[in-house]
Design a protein. Structure first.
Length: 311
């Protein structure tokens, strides 16, 4: 049995020897105790509850909850403070509320169920503050469950401000915004090619997909191609085609599906990256015909040389 998995069953362990002889535990200077005396039990520096010590045949016995020296733990008796110190060799637990220090990127990855990612993306839109938070935590919550640290160091609601194209300003779609951050966290310095791929896909995909038909609020919705990574373009085109307002329940259902769709595509990108590396994303996206004139001002940027003419 490993030391850190010591049993919690109560038993009587010898924590002190007789006053007249050296203890068999090698703990010199031990003192006899009265049965009524309270004794503190410290396990890896943490106080645990225990009954008082008792004397049997001239030997002080201390009732404790954890397997001690008999199974490899170190036992020390402090006669002055009447405290038994037990050290199993395991690291002391972190203080409550301290999740640990997150490491630098990239963070560890695991393959996830795309159907579960889609479902969480859809449901989180309604329960976790709309698109940006929904897409991000559709993946992150599953990584917390499957990988654990360092994903468990992230607080909830990092992306509430991203909804509606950043607090409803209609700029970049919140799902894209948070997904790009997630890609950076997993791909590290290779993130530009993956994010470029994500935005290119978004501009050409017909949202929403049909994978939510069995549980969505509005099945069989019309689909549109955004042609832009901007929230107001994506939403306005769809709302006009659907004949509903941009604040309607139908629009919210569409954006909930979009949140799941972006999360699933981000999952696919990262799965591919982990298996094939950055070489799988060597191609460069070219703007579609209607937008080519924009590049006169809006040119590219590079992680190596920094931003160029971003107008």
């Amino acid at each position: 049995m490993e030391k850190e998995k010591l049993s919690r069953r109560k038993f009587m362990a010898v924590a002190a020897g007789t006053a007249a002889a050296t203890s068999v535990l090698g703990l010199g200077g031990l003192q006899l105790a009265r049965a009524s005396d309270a004794v503190k039990i410290m396990v890896n520096g943490q106080l645990v509850n225990s009954a008082g010590a008792m004397i049997k045949d001239g030997t002080t016995l201390v009732p404790i909850r954890f397997v001690s020296e008999a199974l490899g733990a170190k036992v020390d008796w402090d006669g002055a403070t009447r405290t038994v110190h037990i050290n199993t060799g395991a690291a002391a637990p972190a203080p409550a509320g301290d999740p640990g220090t997150p490491p630098p990127f990239p963070w560890p990855w695991a393959e996830l169920d795309p159907d579960e990612v889609a479902r969480r993306g859809y449901e989180f839109y309604f329960s976790r503050g709309a698109c940006a938070n929904a897409t991000f935590y559709a993946i992150v919550d599953l990584l917390r469950e499957k990988v654990g640290y360092p994903w468990t160091t992230l607080p909830d609601n990092l992306w509430l401000q991203g909804s509606g194209g950043v607090v409803s300003w209609g700029t970049i779609c919140g799902s894209l915004n948070s997904a790009a951050m997630l890609i950076n966290m997993v791909a590290g310095k290779d993130y530009p090619a993956l994010v470029d791929n994500l935005l290119s896909w978004y501009c050409q995909f017909e949202f929403p997909s049909e994978r939510y038909e069995s549980y969505c609020k509005f099945p069989k919705q019309v689909t549109t191609v955004a042609g832009s990574p901007l929230c107001h373009m994506s939403v306005s085109k769809w709302a006009r085609a659907a004949g509903v307002s941009t604040s309607s329940d139908e629009k919210k259902d569409r954006c909930a599906k979009l949140s799941g769709d972006v999360a699933v595509y981000t999952l696919e990108l990262l799965n591919r990256y982990v298996k094939e590396g950055s070489a799988a994303f060597a191609g460069k996206w070219e703007p579609y015909e209607e937008a080519k004139h924009c590049t006169a001002c809006h040119t590219t940027s590079s992680v190596d040389i920094g931003p160029s003419q971003q107008g």
